[in-house]
Design a protein. Structure first.
Length: 460
């Protein structure tokens, strides 16, 4: 399996090279040249597998010869040993809902599914090469802690995580800043998450800096993140369908950066029987506006009670745009350059119809989010976190849809308590965080400032 850039400016690379490159050197995102196809017999067989066994089957064609099957089995087993539920991502059915719980990892968020795997994958590849890696990432709340927990204490890795100061939940902030391992460096930037993403992309596009300091990516610009998330779409379908390939399922995905829902699109391209992908956003609705209008245009970032979705520039959108433009990198490059100049791009009515045939999009307000938490709790006793509530509300017109639960409700205790009057009992991994010692630098949202900080830190 070889990987190409959405902008067509690099020669195809291997899986290992794609993982270590993160962002393509032409500024695009990396994708496999083709998707392996899954037939009905394979779907029936996969539906009976454990999560770990399924992960090996899904990932193996994308990994190719870079990693042996034995190594992949060991990576998967190690990555999911820290999850508190034996199914890793169990499907539960409170009332008439179908909820895919993705929060049983060490930081109680869906990012653990990918970042536990990616951290161990980095470790394997660095041991082979004898090299070091300096990870640079930005977080709207959950990626940072999941990435930190995936690589904390590793000898060959330093990790620098940017989060928007005051714009993540107190629990999310403490999950990051209470990790005091010498290789972990937290930075609170005086700006938004979009500022953090911009800084990360700017520094990755500084090719001299990227090469000299061996930058690595943990944000969902890294293809391995997407790959690991594809697995739970197949897993959830198997639990609902029993392996009947004629049964299509819809998925509702609360998303801001388009990575989680793009993993569902990849599963569809591979042959998963998908009816609709329900794209759920909060007030920061650049993605839902695109699906409903064909116009992708930035706007102001509004703080909400679902802060991990407070995003107005979705880094994975370019991957979908590549397929929407019939895998024409020149057209993608033209549109992304227009986006850079004007903060806006628009697709044709024909392409808009193509988007609408697969995606249903809804922007869910703060009041609707709170009401969904209240209603679900009153009817079933099940507590939704505010992100998952956005997805459940968006799926109201799709009975039987599988709603992705992206975080444990205890991570957003204030919002939950405001909605239902009680907080969710925190899992062991979240207990006692507010009393722990913290370490964090506060810096301007400026690429030059972050570059200088990284240089001085690594020189010590």
């Amino acid at each position: 399996m070889r990987y190409v850039s959405t902008r067509g400016g690099i020669e195809p690379v291997s899986f290992s090279q794609a993982v270590m490159m993160g962002l393509a050197t032409d500024g695009g995102l990396l994708l496999p040249e083709s998707f392996p196809q899954v037939d009905a017999a394979t779907l029936q067989r996969w539906a009976k597998l454990s999560f770990q066994a399924l992960a090996v089957e899904v990932m193996q064609p994308f990994v190719g010869e870079d990693i042996s099957r034995e190594e992949l089995v060991a990576l998967v087993e190690k990555s999911y040993a820290s999850f508190s539920h034996p199914e890793v991502t169990p499907l539960v059915e409170p009332g008439n809902l179908r909820i895919l719980e993705l929060f049983h990892g060490p930081t109680a968020a869906f990012k653990d599914v990918a970042l536990q795997f990616l951290g161990n994958l980095f470790e394997l590849l660095l041991e082979r090469s004898g090299q070091r890696l300096n990870i640079l990432g930005a977080t709207s709340g959950d990626t940072g802690s999941a990435a930190i927990y995936g690589v904390r204490g590793q000898e060959r890795i330093d990790i620098f995580i940017l989060h928007p100061k005051g714009r993540v939940s107190p629990i999310q902030e403490r999950q990051m800043t209470t990790v005091l391992d010498a290789n972990v460096h937290n930075i609170a930037i005086t700006g938004t998450f979009d500022d953090g993403q911009r800084i990360v992309k700017e520094l990755f596009n500084d090719l001299d800096f990227k090469q000299e300091y061996k930058l690595g990516a943990v944000n969902s610009i890294n293809w391995a993140r997407i790959l690991a998330q594809v697995v739970y779409y197949f897993y959830a379908w198997g639990r609902v369908s029993g392996g009947d390939a004629s049964q299509k399922v819809s998925y509702s995905v609360p998303t801001g950066n388009f990575g989680d829902i793009f993993a569902g699109y990849v599963a569809l391209r591979m042959g998963l029987p998908v009816e609709r992908l329900i794209l759920a956003t909060n007030r920061n609705d650049i993605l839902s506006r695109f699906v409903n209008s064909g116009v992708y245009q930035t706007g102001e970032v509004h703080p909400t009670i679902s802060p991990s979705m407070d995003i107005q520039i979705s880094s994975n959108f370019e991957r979908y745009l590549y397929f929407l433009m019939d895998q024409n990198p020149a057209k993608v490059r033209e549109l992304m350059e227009q986006m850079g100049r004007e903060g806006k791009l628009e697709v044709s009515p024909e392409k808009r119809a193509e988007v609408a045939a697969l995606f249903h999009a809804a922007a869910v307000s703060e009041d609707e989010t709170r009401e969904q938490i209240r209603e679900t709790y009153a009817e079933t006793g099940y507590i939704l976190d505010p992100h998952t509530a956005v997805g459940v509300h968006a799926a109201r017109a799709f009975p039987g849809a599988i709603c992705l639960a992206t975080a444990h409700p205890a991570k957003f205790g204030a919002a939950v308590k405001e909605a239902i009057g009680v907080e969710s009992e925190p899992p062991p991994s979240l207990q006692g965080l507010m009393e722990k010692e913290t370490r964090c630098a506060v810096l301007a949202a400026d690429a030059g400032v972050i570059r200088d900080f990284m240089k001085s830190t690594l020189a010590d």
